[in-house]
Each structure stands twice: as structure tokens, then as C-alpha cells.
Ligand binder design. Structure first.
Ligand code: SF4
Length: 349
């Protein structure tokens, strides 16, 4: 029986991962810290190590380096199970010995799988309606069977609707994202002015686009109207990108999805259709996430994300939580609200 050592400082994660592995016929051992794992590795020769990245004491990167110093374990596969998304950290993980590869297009993952047919590849398909079509194109094109897709695409309009249900946010209008709208068109936003009387303007990303869209929202407010307007017609067509939408429809069904810091939203996520199950990493590798580790104790990301507080109202902002050592999701990505505030102190004044 193949042995797997799981290392994580969360007992919940350890229990869930090891029970999944046990059900799949693996002998799964647990270690509650990197130090604990190194002690266990004196007597244990696992076929695979699954480790968290951020752990108190020795972190996952240091742990991998230590493992790679042990001759019998120099080539044991190591898999990261983490919410970490910062590129520098991934590179660090890769340098320490985990096989994490950064690709710039889904087709790159397909090429890798073709070139290394004896190895299993999993492509982490993340992003909104903008990136979902490129996943759809590749998965529908009969890619090699040693490639699977861990699909975590999310849809924007359901998240906008959620915000309207949060009573005291005082939203005066929506600036709808131009890149997403280029794919989905205008129709999915129609309910906001019609049902919620919320001015909604699809905008581009240039400063003048944003200024213009604010002007259009203010004008609607002054005129006492609520309309859907397109400030970005040079890119966004009312019907969207019909071809991309067809591909998405062929590849995915719409389902409920977990949103980091927000919770589970109905009809907000994409999942591969049943006929593509051979490519679904969740089925192929029996991946089940019972409970995400999305909000750490003291982090106010869930309130920042929905606009209820500003990043500098979080007690950890630029003290315990910095871009170099992020505590929460909003400080990790370069597009995260806390990260943007941390890098643009003038805006905070
Ligand atoms: S500053 Fe850090 S801890 Fe606070 S909300 Fe932002 S990400 Fe979370």
C-alpha cells in the first residue's frame, strides 16, 4: 500500500485529507507541524508528501528544503496544499523541490502533458468569465489523458447581487468590469436597474473610462433613473462574445461555489460537465474540500472585500499583515484590496 505523509497545522485539514486518502486506499500519516513531520520521517519512507505552506515554526518551504537534504527522500514527490497564490512564494516552493509550474496559457499545460506522457498534470483553472473560455477551449479539444483541470472559475453577477443583499453598504451604483463584460455582454446585468433600481455602467480600465462611468452613475442618480449603460462599446458588445459563451456552455455547468471570505453563493461557479469527467481533477484525483482555510483569526478580509471597512481599519494592516508577510487573502494578490492600499499610501491619507 502506498504511503502518504500529510503535514498541516490545522487538525481539520489533516483529518479531511487523510480520510480522503484512506478511502482511496492509501496509508495516510499525519504531522501537525514541519518539525513533527521531520521526526516522523526518521522512520517513515512515504511515497508522497502533502504539505501546507504557512505553518507556525518551520514553514512549508523550509520543510521541503530539509526533506531534500535527506538522501532517501531526495526524489519523493511533494505536493503543496495551500491557499497561497503569490507568485514569489510559488517560485520559492518550486525552487525548494515541489513541482509547481507557472504557465501563461492553458495550452502550455496541454503541451507539458503531451511532452511528459508518464506524468500526471493538473491545471489550476482559476479566474472569472474572462479566463473560463480558454479553459473550455482546451478541455473540449480532447487534451492528453494525463492532464486534468481543477476548475475554480467564478461568475461576477451573482457576487454583485450578494452585495445588494448586504443592507448597510449604501451602494449608489455598479461599475461593471469591462473584461468580464466583453465575454458575457450586457444581459446578465439587466436585473440590477430593473429589479434593484441600481444604476449600472459597464466601464473600461483607463482612468478616463472610470471617471466617465462615475459621471454616468452620478447623472442617473441626479436624474432619478436607474439604467444599464455601456461606457465601453469599443470592446463590449451587447451580446458579448458569442463564440466564447458557446464554448463555456459546452464545457461547464453553473453551480454553487465558495468565495474566499464571503461563503457559498448559489449559481456562482463553473464545473466541468459530466461528459468531461475524465478531465475533472476533483473526480480523477478524488479531491474534496470540506472546509476552506480562507479567513484566519483576526483577519477582516471578508469585510474589506464587500466594502464594509477600509483596509486600514483592520488592526493588523501593515503591522502583523504586510505584502511581504500577508495574513489574509486581500494582502496576497497584487490586485487584493489591502495589498493595493499598502502599496499606495497616498490614497489612505
Ligand atoms: S490587512 Fe491583512 S489581516 Fe487585515 S483584512 Fe487585510 S489581509 Fe486581512
Amino acid at each position: 500500500m502506498k504511503k502518504v505523509l500529510c503535514v498541516d497545522d490545522s487538525n481539520t485539514v489533516l483529518l479531511s485529507v487523510t480520510s480522503i486518502l484512506a478511502k482511496a486506499g492509501y496509508e495516510a500519516d499525519k504531522a501537525i507541524s514541519a518539525e513533527d513531520a521531520l521526526t516522523k520521517l526518521n522512520n517513515l519512507k512515504p511515497d508522497l508528501i502533502i504539505t501546507d505552506l504557512n505553518m507556525p515554526g518551520m514553514n512549508g518551504i523550509e520543510f521541503i528544503r530539509k526533506v531534500r537534504e535527506l538522501p532517501p527522500l531526495r526524489f519523493v514527490p511533494i505536493l503543496f496544499l495551500t491557499t497561497e497564490s503569490q507568485q514569489a512564494r510559488r517560485e520559492e516552493a518550486k525552487a525548494a523541490g515541489a513541482d509547481v509550474r507557472i504557465v501563461y496559457a492553458t495550452s502550455d499545460a496541454v503541451q507539458m502533458a503531451k511532452q511528459e506522457p508518464n506524468k500526471q498534470f493538473t491545471f489550476f483553472a482559476v479566474g472569472f468569465e474572462t479566463t473560463a473560455p480558454s479553459t473550455a477551449v482546451e478541455v473540449l479539444a480532447n487534451p492528453p489523458k494525463n492532464l486534468s483541470f481543477l476548475v475554480s472559475h467564478r461568475l461576477i453577477p451573482p457576487a454583485m447581487e450578494l452585495l445588494l443583499g448586504v443592507g448597510d453598504l449604501q451602494i449608489d451604483g455598479f461599475i461593471a468590469p469591462g473584461h468580464v463584460s466583453a465575454i458575457i455582454g450586457l444581459k446578465p446585468y439587466e436585473l440590477f436597474p430593473r429589479v434593484y433600481r441600481m444604476p449600472t455602467v459597464v466601464a473600461g480600465f483607463e482612468p478616463l473610462d472610470v471617471l466617465m462611468s462615475i459621471y454616468m452613475i452620478v447623472k442617473q442618480q441626479v436624474d432619478g433613473t436607474a439604467k444599464l449603460e455601456n461606457e465601453y462599446p469599443r470592446v463590449v458588445k451587447p451580446e458579448g462574445n458569442v463564440k466564447a459563451l458557446e464554448m463555456m456552455k459546452s464545457a461547464f455547468i453553473v453551480t454553487a461555489g465558495n468565495w474566499r471570505g464571503i461563503g457559498r453563493l448559489p449559481d456562482s461557479a463553473l464545473q466541468l460537465r459530466e461528459q468531461l469527467a475524465d478531465y475533472d481533477a476533483r473526480i480523477k484525483h478524488d479531491v474534496h474540500v470540506e472546509q476552506g482555510k480562507d479567513i484566519l483569526l483576526g483577519c477582516e478580509c471578508h469585510l474589506v472585500i464587500i466594502g464594509k471597512i477600509k483596509p486600514n481599519q483592520c488592526p493588523m494592516f501593515l503591522t502583523a499583515c504586510t505584502p511581504e508577510k500577508p495574513v489574509g487573502a486581500c494582502m496576497v494578490s497584487s490586485e487584493g484590496t489591502c495589498r493595493v492600499w499598502a502599496k499606495n499610501v497616498v490614497i489612505q491619507a
